[in-house]
Design a protein around this ligand. Structure first.
Ligand SMILES: Cc1cc2nc3c(=O)[nH]c(=O)nc-3n(C[C@H](O)[C@H](O)[C@H](O)COP(=O)(O)OP(=O)(O)OC[C@H]3O[C@@H](n4cnc5c(N)ncnc54)[C@H](O)[C@@H]3O)c2cc1C
Length: 424
């Protein structure tokens, strides 16, 4: 029977980051991936500024920078064609350089991550699909599956990391998925060429019947994602619905007229879900396998990388104590939730807000008059300003009543007094 220290399922950002980190700690991991790389993935393709330091630690940032990727300096926000504004990322305290977020195709990013895993000396088995877990005394001790030739394989390890994303086997086999309570949302995504937009902003247009995220991802390509209630898709041609809905919005039309789709739009349904922690030992879930709220704030890749960091620390602890029980591994979820609980609350609040046109426009108007506040929110969604800064009842009441911060007129030139905002 073949054995290793850790089996990792899935070579997305969560699985590859976990593989590199565990290798650095001296563990022998095997990475199993059902696809053949390079493989593409539906995604907004911009990566929170906070991910830079993790990508640097993983040794991937230099390879990304070597390809001269686009870097975005902020977001353009528009509410129901009534209010619009550009918001730059606020400065990071004590950092001399302006904050930016990476924007590059997943086809490129995920492949660079996998190359780094290979370089690190981790064994990668592509076209290996995991079908089930092996249990011993109620604890996961390995996996079974088949390879490209449909030849079955069995692999054993004291720890299995499921980084298989939204369709990972843990959610199906262990019944861990909790579907979102609200109306089901679907994302339709495609790359365009010939769009006329600033190359250093991500554009978020909130309007009926959903919102779009538009971001340049290379010199020629722009990623356009439309998110709307799933029932709009019933009986409609996906491409027709997508193009007509995207171009119906006047501002989007201005950006995309003259542009054209470079591929057939792809669909991801049932966007939001949460996940129960596994009740067995030997199993750790990272990345989207732990749940997904919505792409509006675009932090899935950062969360995947950060959850890989937390998980590898706990896996190291488990090996040092020869304890792979659910009790020890549950520390991972405790730390993860301590770090992200407030951020998840904020994303949930923003979700409610964007689907309430009058409130959304009101809040956007307040933000447009309070650039420092708008920057603060963008910094929090960029994952480098703690969510605690804005997630309090007092703050939110002030936000909706417009009673926070004096007005600041010149957004572009004024140095934002972030420290004083944080103190308030
Ligand atoms: C519409 C949309 C837009 C988004 N936009 C953004 C954005 O702009 N910025 C951002 O940061 N995040 C965004 N996200 C979120 C982001 O895509 C995810 O959070 C991220 O990809 C999660 O990484 P992961 O490694 O957990 O999973 P994935 O990237 O999904 O990787 C999982 C891997 O596991 C493999 N796998 C699955 N099951 C098995 C199996 N049984 N055996 C072997 N291999 C398996 C898959 O083939 C895949 O390669 C968006 C998501 C959606 C749906």
């Amino acid at each position: 029977m073949e054995r290793c220290d850790v089996i990792i399922i899935g070579a997305g950002p969560a699985g590859t980051a976990t593989a590199i980190l565990l290798k650095k700690m001296g563990y022998q991991a095997i990475l199993l991936e059902q696809a053949k790389f390079p493989r593409d993935k539906v995604c907004g393709e911009f990566i929170s500024p906070a991910a830079d330091s993790i990508l640097n630690e993983l040794g991937v940032l230099a390879s990304i920078e070597a390809r001269s990727p686009l870097r975005l300096r902020g977001v353009f926000l528009s509410s129901y064609e009534k209010i619009e504004m550009f918001v730059d990322y606020p400065e990071m305290p004590y950092s001399p350089s302006p904050v930016t977020s990476l924007s590059l195709p997943r086809l490129v990013f995920d492949n660079l991550m996998l190359e780094k895993v290979r370089e690190a000396g981790v064994e990668i088995r592509e076209q290996h699909k995991v079908l089930d877990f092996i249990f011993q005394g109620g604890v996961v001790v390995g996996v079974t599956g088949y390879d490209a030739r449909k030849t079955p394989f069995t692999l054993k390890a004291p720890i299995v990391v499921d980084a298989g994303g939204r369709n990972c086997i843990s959610l199906r086999k262990l019944n861990l998925k909790i579907s979102s309570k609200g109306s089901e949302k679907t994302a339709i995504a495609a790359h365009w060429e010939g769009a006329r937009l600033l190359k250093d902003y991500c554009y978020m247009h909130v309007s009926r019947p959903g919102y779009t995220g538009i971001a340049p991802v290379s010199k020629d390509l722009t990623n356009v994602i439309l998110v709307l209630d799933s029932f709009y898709l019933k009986g409609r041609s996906i491409e027709d619905l997508y193009v007509k809905t995207v171009l119906k919005n006047r501002q989007r039309n201005d950006l995309l007229t003259g542009g054209r789709l470079t591929e057939k739009p792809r669909v991801v349904s049932s966007l939001a879900y949460s996940v129960k922690s596994p009740s067995c030992g030997g199993l750790v879930l990272v990345g989207d396998a732990m749940g997904f709220i919505d792409p509006f704030t675009g932090e899935g890749i950062y969360l995947s990388l950060r959850s890989a960091q937390i998980a590898s620390g706990i896996i190291d602890l488990a090996f040092k104590n020869s304890d792979f029980s659910q009790n020890l591994l549950s520390q991972y979820e405790i730390i993860r939730m301590r770090e992200f609980r407030k951020k998840f609350m904020l994303v949930n609040i923003l979700q409610k807000l964007i689907y309430n046109p009058p409130l959304c426009t009101r809040v956007m108007r307040i933000l447009s008059r309070n650039p420092a506040l708008a920057k603060l929110l963008v910094g929090v969604t960029g994952d480098y300003i703690p969510a605690e800064t804005v997630v309090s009842m007092k703050f939110l009441l002030k936000l909706v009543s417009g009673a926070i911060l004096p007005q600041e007129k010149d957004l572009s030139t004024r140095r934002i007094r972030l420290q004083s905002v944080l103190r308030d």
